[in-house]
Design a protein around this ligand. Structure first.
Ligand code: SF4
Ligand code: MG
Length: 336
């Protein structure tokens, strides 16, 4: 399978008054064209930072980025701001939880959709308006021609969310990053928007990175799943494999509320005991060891001394043996 987005050994560090924060610490993953990668993890696990870094929206004065981000053959870590801006207009787009972070209250919805399109695609005002109206229609805004000159506050919450998605889709992005895009919406609108994203993915072959705390949404939307902890990937696999038989103690905690059968589930990820690690001063060895109930199963002091690596493909970064991972999951974790 062709990797459309390839992230290799990504490290993102912020300098703060208290020292260096290792927000992302050696992260690698791939997204195929037309596929969806779900990312789960507690807040502070590095999900949002990773995505802002891919888009080049981090603050270059306080942030150091190392490693590789290759989108369709283009290296983004070393790209100039100008190149990134062009990519953001033509190739990649983002939708957020709160549409007001993307939509300005000062301009009409129509203007906010059409102006970037004119700028990046050299379209005329008329072409840009036609496209904007078409996109508003696609996302299910009734009478889009009439709503074109409305301001965001004249839209309901669900409509603003749709307008933001329309804005993200104006340029037919090859990569769409969705960070908790439907959390604030009621279940019906949420379902409509998720269906819409799937349709658009089918139509345009968009690769999607989807961040959410909702396991129902993940199992419905994602092809592959990445579990992040302390700025690292701790488990990876197809969404089906990871949800059915997770292999990492952190995933066991996080996913333990997962009902065994799919369907119309909207279960939140379970908060797990203990606090997320300080990224100013990360734990030695396995970053999960201060909270892990299984570290005594591993020989010696490997959990506190040695950082577990994540193998390629279906894998979990944990010193337990493959057999232990399976036995513990079946005997102690899996609900009966
Ligand atoms: Fe737990 Fe050790 Fe595995 Fe880390 S490496 S998750 S501490 S068992
Ligand atoms: Mg976030």
């Amino acid at each position: 399978p062709e990797s459309f987005l390839s992230v290799r050994d990504l490290k993102v560090q912020f300098s703060t008054e208290d020292g260096i924060v290792k927000a992302v610490d050696g992260l690698s993953f791939d997204v195929e064209r037309g596929k969806t990668l779900g990312i789960v993890g507690e807040s502070g696990s590095g999900k949002s930072v990773t995505n802002l870094t891919i888009l080049g929206l981090h603050n270059p004065r306080t942030t150091t980025v190392d490693g590789e981000i290759v989108l369709d053959g283009k290296e983004l870590v070393t790209a100039t701001e100008k190149e990134l801006e062009k990519l953001r207009g033509n190739n990649m787009a983002m939708i957020f939880q709160d549409p007001l972070t993307a939509l300005s209250p000062y301009y009409t919805v129509g203007r906010q959709l059409s102006e970037p399109f004119m700028k990046h695609n050299g379209a005329s005002k008329k072409e840009a308006k036609d496209r904007a109206v078409q996109m508003l229609e696609k996302v299910g805004i009734p009478q889009p021609e009439m709503r074109f000159d409305d301001y965001p506050h004249q839209f309901s919450g669900g409509m603003r969310q749709r307008a933001m998605i329309a804005m993200a889709l104006m340029c037919d992005p090859d990569l769409l990053i969705a960070d908790e895009p439907t959390t604030a919406l009621d279940v019906t609108v949420q379902a409509q928007i998720l269906d819409l994203l799937k349709d658009l993915q089918q139509e345009f072959g968009t690769a999607i990175i989807f961040i959410t705390h909702d396991l129902g949404v993940i199992s419905n939307m994602a092809d592959d799943l990445l579990v992040m902890y302390a700025g690292r990937a701790v488990e990876r696999g197809s969404v089906r494999d990871v949800l059915r038989s997770p292999m990492h103690p952190y995933s066991w905690g996080l996913l333990s509320s997962m009902p065994r059968l799919d369907g119309n589930i909207h279960e939140e990820l379970t908060p797990i005991p203990g606090t997320p690690p300080s990224l100013l001063n990360p734990p030695s060895g396995c970053p999960f060891h201060p909270r892990c109930a299984f570290k005594d199963e591993v020989e010696g002091s490997r959990c506190t001394d040695e950082r577990p690596s994540l193998a390629e493909g279906r894998a979990a970064a944990c010193h337990l043996t493959a057999e232990q991972k399976q036995t513990i999951f079946i005997d102690q974790i899996q609900p009966r």
